[in-house]
Design a protein around this ligand. Structure first.
Ligand code: PEP
Ligand code: MN
Length: 359
């Protein structure tokens, strides 16, 4: 994909919201001077609680149209109703996006999709607030069903019950799964809404590039501390340029023969080790079967709390010896234990079926 800032990834940048003519104009002017050519700006802001700043609506669309012709940039904005789509088109907005609070609602997504029939413009779909891949896939299918060809998915993180250091937990495996389902959909990372602060934007953007994302959407404001929405996470155009400058863009692959050979060797090694892991899992399951039969013969329950506690304590400790993340190993053992309980339950049930059939 074409880069729009020196050696940087495809970047969509701009304020969370278009607040005033002066603010949008000054922000876009500074962004353009840094090489940004695609501007984002919210016009209707979905706010969690009422009586907060809800965007400038049509007035802001007028500013954006003027800015578009003054700076020769493309403008992207969020739409959440069919009226928004109509208004955005009336003011020549170039790219539309669905926000996280809209992607969760198939009825609204379908209405918006219906209103797009016969229209050809790039459309971005943010992930739903909750970590549900199907809702995200479904929204993409509905928009694609309307005949929209250029579709992008924006990863902006997910809310979670657990307190994390992020405003919205990234859960990287979900966008990567999305890419597996729809390889042709461009994947953007929105580190601003994932982080919720300025400090983590650089590392999140680099992580996205390491994972071969196609682009970034980053909130930038001429005076972030005075922003009417998302003040904590916006950065100045200067800071954005410095951030982009530091990023290392990764290649999707390399044609270099030495690289390819070495990668093949390493992958052979991984294949071999995976085979050993599966053999070890099978041998472990055999031992579990013996335990299951032994418990059943001695009329002892399947679940043994003390033993499970011992496993959850020792395995993460062993993981540390080998420089592995203890929580990662604990998660694996939770799955292994679940499967082992399932296996033993089958053994116990088999006994029950036999006993019933004897009657
Ligand atoms: C935004 O982009 O400013 C926004 C409201 O994002 P999200 O829908 O990801 O919360
Ligand atoms: Mn925002």
């Amino acid at each position: 994909m074409k880069s729009n800032f020196n050696n940087s990834p495809y970047t969509i940048a701009g304020p969370c919201s278009a607040e005033s003519w002066e603010q949008v104009h000054a922000t876009v002017k500074a962004l353009v001077s840094k090489g940004i050519t695609v501007i984002r700006a919210g016009v209707w802001k979905p706010r969690t609680r009422p009586n907060q700043f809800e965007g400038r609506g049509e007035e802001a669309l007028k500013w954006l149209k003027q800015i578009k012709s003054e700076f020769d940039v493309k403008i992207a904005t969020e739409v959440a109703t069919t009226e928004h789509v109509e208004m955005a088109l009336k003011y020549d907005i170039d790219i539309l996006w669905l926000g996280a609070r809209t992607t969760v609602n198939p009825f609204i997504v379908q209405e918006i999709a219906n209103s797009l029939k016969g229209i050809d413009l790039p459309f971005l779909i943010k992930n739903p607030i909750n970590p549900d891949l199907s809702l995200w896939l479904g929204a993409i299918e509905r928009i694609a069903g309307a005949g929209i060809k250029k579709i992008g998915a924006v990863h902006r993180g997910f809310s979670s019950f657990q307190k994390t250091k992020y405003r919205n937990a990234p859960m990287w495996q979900i966008p990567l799964e999305l890419k597996r389902h729809f390889p042709e959909v461009l994947l953007f990372c929105d580190p601003s809404h994932i982080a919720g602060n300025r400090e983590m934007l650089g590392e999140l953007s680099q992580k996205a590039l390491n994972l071969n994302y196609d682009g970034l959407m980053i909130e930038s404001h001429i005076d972030p501390s005075s922003a009417l929405s998302d003040a904590e996470q916006q950065i100045t155009p200067d800071k954005l340029a410095a951030l982009l400058d530091k990023l290392k863009v990764r290649e999707a692959t390399s044609d270099d023969v030495i690289f390819k050979n070495h990668l093949d060797e390493l992958r052979d090694k991984v294949d071999h080790l995976d085979r050993e892991i599966i053999e070890a899992l099978a041998a472990r399951m055999k031992a579990v079967e013996e335990i299951g039969n032994y418990k059943k013969d001695n009329n002892v329950s399947i679940f043994q709390l003390n033993r499970w506690q011992e496993i959850t304590e020792t395995r993460p400790e062993w993981a540390k010896i080998f420089d592995l993340d203890p929580t990662y190993v604990l998660d694996i053992y939770k799955l292994i234990h679940q499967e082992s309980i399932k296996k033993q339950t089958l053994i116990f049930n088999k006994d029950r079926v036999d006993a019933t059939s004897e009657k």
